[in-house]
Design a protein around this ligand. Structure first.
Ligand code: ADP
Ligand code: MG
Length: 268
């Protein structure tokens, strides 16, 4: 595996990490080889710095999910360069990419994707299976992550015993447990009523204040408007970008401790 891809340090690498770009897209084009072929991204340039909270807004079909799949290394570009934490995705083997995903990227999806028969704690802990962490530490980190999302008192709950908003909080905890360099969320409030969506939004903003780097994809203009940086897509292109915003938290070694002390948010 590429040096520097180890899950390693107990402290959150994302929070303790250096400055610079967590994400760099350079002239990225994606053509799906369907018949007829579909050009989903057309020469997209984008950088996201550590500590940013970014909304990607655009109508259905504008290329938002494709952008997320490429930045999440779930797919490769047809042309152009994708770099995650400085690593060129094209230069990595599939195995190395899996390592990169497991240790540096946290995913949140509209459909939550939780294992129904497993507890909230184990849903979160299993997100760390591929990091080489032992079970006791996985559970310890999972407990910590559940605390971050305001579910410290529900570790034993099965997803079926939780509300939609709480399920998404478990999914967010799973994304955070590995202390990723970036959290990518694709329509995280898409399956939730607007009050629950607002409360999740508050959670994302609180995480941002603790130094977590987050990109949220949405077609909801009101949600995007609540984010410090907004990127608008149309027809595979970035139409507008309000530009880099300074991180709110200093990413010192103490950041993880502050995260640990983060007050519990409400859990509707
Ligand atoms: P959004 O998330 O903004 O709705 P997508 O990135 O999902 O947009 O899709 C962008 C375009 O690419 C759309 O025209 C969509 O139909 C097309 N597309 C997405 N995935 C595939 C695929 N696997 N094969 C062919 N076309 C696809
Ligand atoms: Mg989409």
């Amino acid at each position: 595996m590429t040096a520097g891809l180890h899950a390693g340090a107990a402290a959150a690498p994302a929070l303790a990490g250096g400055r610079g770009n967590v994400l760099e897209l350079d002239a990225v084009t994606k053509i799906y080889p369907s018949s007829p072929p579909v050009t989903a991204l057309r020469g997209v340039n984008l950088t996201v710095q550590a500590g940013e909270l970014v909304a990607v807004l655009g109508p259905s079909g504008s290329g938002k999910s494709t952008l997320l799949h490429l930045t999440g290394t779930l797919d490769r570009p047809t042309a152009g360069t994708v770099r995650v934490t400085g690593l060129d995705v094209a230069a990595l083997t599939d195995r190395e990419l899996a390592g990169l995903r497991a240790t540096r990227i946290g995913f949140v999806f509209q459909q939550f994707f939780l294992a129904e028969h497993q507890t909230a704690l184990d849903n979160v802990a299993d997100g760390l299976l591929y990091t080489g962490t032992g079970l006791a530490e996985r559970r310890e980190r999972a407990r910590e992550a559940l605390r971050l999302v305001g579910l410290a008192d529900r570790p034993a709950a099965r997803p079926t015993q939780l509300s939609g908003g709480q399920r998404q909080r478990v999914a967010i905890a799973r994304a955070l447990a590995g202390s990723p360099a970036i959290v990518l969320a694709d329509e995280p409030t898409g399956n939730l009523d607007s009050a629950t969506g607002q409360s999740l939004l508050a959670l994302f903003r609180a995480l941002h204040q603790q130094g977590v780097t987050i990109v949220i994809i949405t077609h909801d203009r009101a949600i995007a408007a609540a984010m410090p940086r907004q990127i608008e897509m149309l027809d595979g292109r970035i139409l507008t970008d309000t530009g880099h915003t300074p991180p709110l938290a200093s990413r010192s070694g103490e950041a993880a401790e502050r995260l640990a002390g983060f007050p519990q948010a409400g859990t509707p």
